[in-house]
Design a protein around this ligand. Structure first.
Ligand SMILES: [Zn+2]
Length: 469
């Protein structure tokens, strides 16, 4: 069956034609591990997870490669500002290596909670310096580089399709590089392949190279590592939409310049999560994490469900109220499914024709550039359909949930056990404090939070106690 994807390269929906039959080579840009992922980043990883699982659902074999950026990413994507890893190290008084390890673990922890499947291959930039140096050597030999003030640059004027992905005016393209003008560049859009002359005299992460001791520019790792693990041509490359004007544009330039042919067939980009009118950004320091959402009394899968209620190419406006609506709706959906599960009669016979019919309807939606809202409509049609017996319905829910990954058939373990008692006790103590200082608004707010967690407060002679609702 056909799978349609919106290709950012050319900006239209296209039928997906794999390079190798029933196989998808997928590259997704991974996190820069200098801080926690914010929920806007996580939205992109959820989109990529759904993409991968949708292909797998249609019997494609997906080889998914994701990088971990643990070196070279400066504050601005266009080589300006401070080194993000060094920034994290300074902030927390740790070594850059400790920071990288800690935030990589934290990232995968978040992914596990959100039922995001691990990539087939996870590759760290610092473990692929040799491959990056080899790639620069190829570019140098082909005449795409120059050295200025010790650093090796890619000369974008030598690559004719530089603006093809972004398709922006020169003014828009240059906006990023105007933050801090680098006088060493011939064109402000040229980008660094190798730094030997770091602004940071005590740069810790450094390696030997033919151009001197230093470290790679950020964009290089994705080209070098995808070449190593996925070969010279890739089916799909994904990332957040903010990667289009600089990071992905530069990835294409250096990869295609080195290869001498087209590199990626389909580019797919997840839109922003918007909070209070602005996109969420990790570098501003003020951002929402998954842990914060959990502290507010939500479950990680409430957030996954919230994201799946809209198309990945649309901006999604986040608020705790909207998340609460999603949480309530997921709870209702799960209780409907639980009721169906309870009514299953083991003697019921599965009508494979009916099951196939619904599976096809579901497949039509996920293969239409991941139309998840419509896929949920198919699910609710299944639950409502009086022509289906309970056993058939549950078989379909099980099948669809391989893509949704919302544990739809699991009873909410958190409702029965697994409540974070420490958190509950802490919130109750905070509420008591708020009440004794007559801060009723805060006390109510905490009661609401506990309410989300299905915790009911009980006044006893000994003080406030709690039970599960
Ligand atoms: Zn990348």
């Amino acid at each position: 069956m056909s799978f349609y994807v919106y290709n950012s390269y050319g900006k239209k929906k296209e039928e997906f034609v794999p390079l190798k039959k029933n196989h998808v080579g997928l590259y997704t840009c991974g996190p820069t591990v200098y801080n926690y992922a914010h929920i806007g980043n996580l939205r992109t990883y959820i989109f990529e997870d759904v993409l991968k699982k949708s292909f797998e659902h249609l019997d494609y074999d997906v080889k998914h490669v994701m990088n971990i950026t643990d070196v070279g990413h400066l504050q601005s994507d266009a080589d300006a500002g401070e080194d993000k890893m060094e920034l994290g190290a300074k902030r927390e008084n740790k070594t850059v290596w400790e920071i990288a390890k800690y935030y990589e673990d934290a990232f995968f922890n978040d992914c596990d909670k959100l039922n995001i499947k691990r990539p087939s291959i996870v590759c760290r930039a610092t473990e692929h310096i040799k491959e990056m140096i080899e790639l620069i050597k190829v570019l140098e030999k082909k005449g795409y580089t120059y050295i200025s003030n010790g650093n090796v640059y890619f000369e974008i004027d030598k690559f004719k399709d530089y603006n093809k992905l972004a398709n922006l005016s020169m003014e828009e393209l240059e906006a990023g590089s105007r933050v801090e003008l680098d006088e060493n560049k011939k064109n402000p859009l040229d980008f660094v392949l190798w730094f030997t002359n770091s602004k940071f005299k005590n740069q810790i992460m450094q390696w030997d190279s033919p151009w001197g001791r230093g470290f790679p520019g950020w964009h290089l790792e994705c080209s070098a590592m995808s070449l190593k693990y996925l070969g010279e041509r890739i089916d799909i490359h994904c990332g957040g939409i903010d990667h289009i004007p600089v990071h992905h544009t530069n990835e294409i330039a250096q990869s295609e310049a080195a290869l001498g042919h087209k590199w990626v067939n389909y580019w797919m980009h997840g839109e922003f999560l918007v909070v209070d009118g602005g996109k969420m950004s990790k570098s501003s320091g003020d951002f929402l994490t998954l842990s914060r959402i959990i502290e507010e009394g939500f479950k990680p899968l409430d957030y996954r469900y919230f994201c799946l209620q809209s198309r990945y190419r649309k901006q999604l406006i986040f608020s705790f109220d909207a998340l609460n609506d999603a949480a309530v709706s997921l709870k209702k959906l799960k209780s409907k499914i639980a009721a169906v599960a309870e009514s299953v009669n083991e003697k019921d016979i599965l009508d494979m024709g009916k099951i196939r019919n619904y599976k096809e309807k579901f497949a039509d939606q996920i293969s239409d550039d991941l139309n998840m809202p419509n896929a949920f409509t198919v699910l609710s049609d299944v639950i409502k359909d009086s022509e289906l017996n309970a056993k058939e319905k549950i078989a379909l829910v099980f099948d669809f949930d391989k893509v949704f990954s919302l544990n739809l058939l699991e009873k909410d373990a958190e409702n029965l056990s697994g409540v974070d008692e420490e958190l509950v006790e802490r919130l109750i103590a905070e509420r008591n404090e708020a009440r004794s200082s007559k801060n009723w608004a805060k006390a109510d707010e905490i009661r609401d939070k506990l309410n989300h967690m299905n915790i009911e407060l009980v006044d006893t002679k000994e003080g406030v106690s709690w039970k599960l609702k």
